[in-house]
Design a protein around this ligand. Structure first.
Ligand code: KIV
Length: 266
């Protein structure tokens, strides 16, 4: 299993880091079997698994429940888990307690924190000092959807470009072991990647990040109606799954299933 030191070494060696999201036992098992470097139990859970319209409804209990299942499915893979909406903003003490609970109860290897708000640098320093690695997340940070006024590419103007670059440097100085960059122009993804000595993992941040992350349901086209520009579908689970269930329904209706081989002897 990779460690945070391996991830840093991979950046140095130009060895691209792969990350996929997983939310339960089977998706984690598949990710580990596919040989991904790292798994993220993302709070995108809210959108792709729980059917919410944003990540803001996801709770700490949701994250713990799903991350435990992921850990059981991928016991040999580096797993990061998202701190969900408003679990790290009310006070430093509450943020530390929530991070410790998430980390201890799930047995994951790092927590991920979106953005850089008032207490974030101090929070990262304290968690790192206490033994909890932190992955930062900058750019289009979905928990801020209502403040940002929608899911918009960030860092297109000079002021926000400079701010994101400075935020990345500050978060790394505070102890962040990697930075997820989401929804930013490719040149800015490159600039940040070159400016910091920990890996950047991009999602809609261009080709020059040290690694890439995609959402499991986007990769597999599984229950998602609209895809962002940065997504590439590698399969069509919806087609396969719906077709299989249609055949099952038809066979039951027509008395073709079950056959004798599917039954028990007396
Ligand atoms: O929640 C999530 O899935 C994420 C990734 C998109 C980076 O934060």
């Amino acid at each position: 299993m990779l460690t945070t030191l391996d991830l840093k070494r991979m950046k140095k060696d130009g060895d691209k880091i792969t990350m996929v999201t997983a939310y339960d036992y089977p998706s984690a098992k598949q990710a580990e079997a596919a040989g991904v470097d790292t798994i993220l139990v993302g709070d995108s859970l809210g959108n792709v698994v729980l059917g919410y319209d944003s990540t803001t409804k996801v709770t700490l209990a949701d994250m713990i429940h799903h991350a435990k299942a992921v850990k059981r499915g991928a016991p040999n893979t580096f797993i990061a888990v998202d701190m969900p909406f408003m679990t790290y903003h009310t006070s430093l003490e509450q943020a530390i307690n929530n991070a410790a609970k998430l980390f201890q109860e799930t047995d994951c290897h790092a927590v991920k924190i979106e953005g850089r708000s008032k207490n974030t640098l101090e929070l990262i320093e304290i968690l790192t000092d206490g033994g909890i690695p932190v992955i930062s997340h900058l750019g289009l940070t979905p928990q801020m959807v209502h403040v940002m006024g929608g899911y918009r590419v960030q860092g297109r103007d000079d002021a926000t470009r400079k701010k994101l670059l400075q935020d990345a440097k500050d978060l790394v100085s505070a102890g962040a072991v990697a930075v997820v960059l989401e929804g930013i122009p490719e040149p800015l993804g490159k600039e940040i990647t070159e400016a910091i000595d920990v890996p950047t993992i991009g999602i809609g941040a261009g080709r020059f990040c040290d690694g890439q992350v995609l959402v499991y349901h986007d990769i597999l086209q599984y229950g998602v109606d609209r895809f962002a520009k940065f997504v590439k579908n590698y399969a069509n689970y919806d087609e396969i799954g719906i077709d299989a269930m249609k055949r099952y329904v038809k066979e039951v209706k027509e008395g073709e299933f079950p056959q004798k081989e599917h039954t028990y002897e007396a």
